[in-house]
Design a binder for this molecule. Structure first.
Ligand code: UT7
Length: 330
């Protein structure tokens, strides 16, 4: 039987109009543009405003962008994976709502949550469904409305996160292009260092949790930083070694955009030149599940068929991994 691989055949994106700049943050918390820029590389992030708008709104817009660019009939989509850490609501699948709203009426859908690694894991899952030969069009959307869980009085988190969504369509390829290999990891010991303490099953919402501001994301930035730097580089090196890839063979590093210094440290460990490192953190900050597809959408014009891309992510859980993919179109 001919070998089948899962190739990305289209990408799309959406970011909200409202720009939260470093200057505006200076009026909200004790911080300054110089600190934020040198410590994180972030200049601005996008914030979704408006009542009754959440993660699904961002995801729907990103999917519509892809559908229009690809001239795709949404009825042809077999599966929609909604990678997110900020679902619209508990219990109801956000993916199911998104699929219905974009007209993907023949698709089944589910949410995939693994913090900042959600989209990377979603790519891996999409590849397995395509390789099974049962599904021909799998849409993976990374979407997060991080502003819904940010304390805009906490300068250690509010400067980092932003809202956004990106989408990638996976289809079968018979020339070996697409997902080649991956190395995915988790370590539950990490959950104490990055989480939202209340509102989940372990600590449901009460007046006390509300009074104590326990519904916001909190992190031990230094610990997360150290683990991210070591582990992202480690899994990338493992994937390179396993696939006998030298740094000259790699055209692009697409790393989760959490902190410019983490991305640069990963690139340095791989000895990759700056022009091979995709970077848009300056425009959007950390958009959790959306960082990787937003990179693809922003760099799409520069990507060439056959380009070898190493994806890497690290996030809450801890969860992390690297994935090796060859680009399928010009
Ligand atoms: O997506 C995955 C999850 N997240 C991450 O990967 C984030 C990983 N961590 C980071 O990116 C960095 O740790 C941060 C950006 C969160 C913080 O940067 P840092 O260089 O690790 O700073 P720090 O926490 O070590 O703090 C250094 C100083 C502290 O002051 P003192 O104690 O030295 O006087 C902080 O209070 O900087 C202070 N500080 C700030 N100053 C101005 C912390 N936040 C700010 C701020 N503006 N926004």
């Amino acid at each position: 039987m001919t070998k089948i691989t899962a190739a990305i055949t289209a990408v799309g994106k959406y970011v909200p109009d409202y720009i939260l700049s470093n200057k505006e943050l200076e009026t909200m918390v004790e911080t300054n543009d110089e600190w934020i820029t040198t410590r994180t590389g972030i200049k601005e992030r996008r914030i979704l405003k408006g009542e009754n708008k959440g993660t699904s709104f961002l995801a729907i817009e990103a999917a519509k962008d892809l559908i229009a660019k690809k001239n795709l009939d949404p009825k042809e989509i077999d599966l929609l994976i909604l990678a997110t850490a900020t679902p619209d609501m508990q219990a109801a699948s956000t993916g199911a709502f998104v699929a219905s709203e974009i007209g993907a009426t023949n698709a089944f859908s589910f949410d995939l949550e693994s913090a900042c690694s959600s989209f990377l894991y979603g790519m891996s899952v999409a590849a397995r469904y395509i390789e099974s030969r049962k599904y021909k069009k799998v849409l993976v959307i990374g979407s997060d409305m991080n502003s819904s869980m940010i304390d805009y009085k906490d300068r250690t988190t509010c400067i980092i996160f932003g809202d956004g969504a990106g989408a990638a369509l996976f289809e079968p390829n018979f020339d070996g292009l697409g997902v080649v290999d991956e190395y995915l990891r988790t370590d539950g010991a990490g959950r104490e260092f990055l989480n939202v303490a209340a509102g989940g099953s372990i600590r449901p919402t009460t007046q006390e949790t509300l009074d104590n501001d326990l519904h916001f994301v909190r992190q031990d930035g230094r610990t997360v930083f150290k683990n991210a730097v070591f582990n992202m580089a480690d899994v990338c090196l493992k994937v390179l070694e396993k696939n006998q890839l030298k740094k000259e063979d790699i055209q692009w590093l697409a790393a989760h955009q959490a902190n410019k210094r983490i991305i640069e440290a990963t690139a340095n460990r791989l000895d990759l030149a700056e022009d091979k490192v995709m970077m848009n953190i300056q425009n959007y900050g950390n958009t959790t599940s959306a960082t990787l597809p937003l990179l693809l959408a922003d760099y799409e014009n520069q990507l060439k068929k056959g380009d070898k891309i190493i994806f890497a992510a690290f996030g809450g859980g801890f969860s992390w991994g690297a994935l090796y993919l060859t680009w399928a179109y010009n």
